[in-house]
Design a protein around this ligand. Structure first.
Ligand code: FAD
Length: 477
């Protein structure tokens, strides 16, 4: 339990307006966007500088309080839920874009900058920051870095980590480090920035991020295809890639998702279709025209039921916006929305759709599937009610069996949402106990007292003390 003295010290260092400790203020900060996980923090702080982050960490250490960094709380694996109570440190008031460097093609931001704000700010200078998670209107850059977030443009442009050039972070020993820089090449020792990317707030608190920018594509074209059978959509994705065409976006929605999205945004999506693919090709105008033709040819060959070219930029933007509403649209249907993050090699997509259908039937569940098909990254979403214990048991069995197949096919249990709390039980199944043990040693090297975001990624207790079994393990990223 946090002492009144510690609250007094926090107020002294951060200002009363940046410290919340009344229960009614704390309630909403015990959640992120993951269903079924909630825990009340004892105090929430909103630092406005790196120095204040350090001061808050010093007080948490002194008081023995778990310290949980938080961006906007849009995470889908429970990462910013303070499962052991303690202090939540929310970065959203560190939201200044510090520099857009057009000579070096970089932008430096505080960690609480909203992803879309960065995109818009660099676009005004004729530059492009590609990572665009579906949550880009609310997620923070720090949260994106910590989850190594992907997005709709991931297929061609990669994920957040591909754009991180430097990070400033406060480590659990209270040191402030800057790792990386604006040089495009840097191999001086271990790459700590790459270790911090995707570390889910367990190794350090990121306060500043420098990202790489690129010139925007000169042209783009959006193609929408509908299918009578979702497996044909999976086949189309594999064939487009095999034809050496890399669209910037290749997003899928199944029938249940099409219907929920249509109920929500009412743009005339055909409700009877089994699936739709939203495809965008971009680049030099000549290449765009050629690739759009190539994609159209493949869609015809796999017998898409309908193929449409977006006629205007507004039409294309409204289709992408509709896709971005998929999760919110599904979430309106039932009290609980369990969303997963299964990712397979693209050649396995058609089989994965078949498996999702088979398992939904076997476990009598309502499942809507959408996702970044071009990345093999699907979000099979169970629409259920957490008050129904039997349904929750069946949902768990559904994902359990699905992940068995995904792993057997060389896939991963998380393509972009991270392990957090939600996937802990699956991590060792993918990377083996040896892999978990190595991760735990890294955690101990940074944070021997287990101050930062305890209980995330792996359980408490030291897997390093278990009898050492030599085994090969897969490094997941
Ligand atoms: C509608 C919707 C659509 C989404 N679409 C996508 C998508 O397309 N692709 C995708 O990858 N994800 C997606 N997500 C998931 C989520 O938006 C991302 O994981 C995002 O990166 C989280 O950012 P956040 O600011 O909300 O972080 P939070 O949820 O607050 O935190 C995420 C994790 O990072 C840690 N953390 C946050 N900030 C810091 C910091 N500065 N320093 C250290 N640790 C920190 C937290 O402790 C936690 O472990 C979606 C979520 C929603 C609700």
């Amino acid at each position: 339990m946090i002492s009144q003295t510690a609250i007094g010290h926090l107020i002294e260092k951060l200002g009363a307006e940046n410290v919340l400790h009344e229960k009614e203020d704390l309630l909403v900060l015990g959640y992120d966007s993951t269903p079924g996980v909630h825990h009340l923090p004892e105090v929430v702080v909103y630092p406005t500088s790196t120095e204040q982050v350090r001061s808050a960490m010093e007080i948490a250490r002194r008081e023995g309080l778990p310290l949980v960094p938080r961006g906007s709380g849009t995470g889908l694996s429970g990462g910013s839920v303070p499962v052991q109570g303690g202090m939540v440190l929310c970065l959203t008031r560190m939201n200044r874009i510090l520099e857009i460097d057009v000579e070096n093609l970089t932008a430096t931001c505080e960690a609480g900058v909203i992803t879309l704000d960065l995109f818009n700010a660099v676009a005004e200078k004729g530059l492009f920051y590609p990572p665009d998670p579906g949550s880009q209107k609310i997620s923070t850059l720090g949260g994106n870095v910590m989850e190594n977030a992907g997005g709709l443009r991931g297929l061609k442009y990669g994920v957040t980590g591909d754009y991180v050039m430097a990070l400033k972070a406060v480590l659990p020993d209270l040191s402030i480090i800057t790792t990386g820089g604006k040089s495009v090449k840097d191999v001086a020792g271990y790459s700590f920035k790459d270790l911090l990317v995707g570390s889910e707030g367990t190794l350090g608190i990121v306060t500043e991020v420098t990202v790489k920018l690129i010139p925007p594509p000169r042209d783009k074209r959006t193609i929408l295809a509908y299918f009578d059978d979702i497996r044909l959509a999976g086949e189309a994705v594999s064939k487009i890639i095999a034809a050496k065409i890399i669209p910037s976006t290749m997003e899928i929605m199944d029938k249940a998702t099409i219907n929920c999205v249509e109920d929500y945004v009412k743009i005339g999506l055909p409700r009877q279709m089994a699936a739709l693919l939203l495809i965008e090709v971009d680049g030099h105008p000549a290449m765009v025209a050629e690739e759009a033709e190539g994609v159209k040819g493949i869609l015809e060959a796999v017998k898409a039921a309908e193929i449409h070219l977006a006629e205007t930029a507004e039409q294309a933007a409204s289709l992408a916006a509709a896709r971005r509403t998929a999760l919110s649209a599904l979430a309106r249907v039932s009290p609980t929305t369990l969303l997963e993050d299964a990712t397979v090699p693209r050649s396995r997509l058609a089989e994965t759709f078949g498996e999702i259908e088979r398992l939904a039937e076997k476990y009598r569940l309502k499942v809507g599937t959408f996702g970044h098909a071009g990345d093999g990254n699907l979000h099979p979403t169970v629409l259920c009610d957490e008050r129904d214990a039997d349904e929750m048991k069946r949902a768990h069995a559904f994902y359990n069996e699905l992940y068995e197949k995904v792993l057997a096919w060389g896939g991963t249990v998380s393509g972009e949402h991270g392990i957090g709390l939600a996937k802990k039980e699956y991590l060792a199944r993918q990377i083996g106990e040896g892999g978990v043990r190595v991760m735990h040693r890294i955690k101990q090297a940074f944070d021997p007292e287990g101050l930062l975001n305890p209980g995330k990624i792996f359980d408490e207790g030291d897997p390093c003390t278990k009898p050492h079994v030599e085994e090969g393990f897969r490094v997941s990223h």
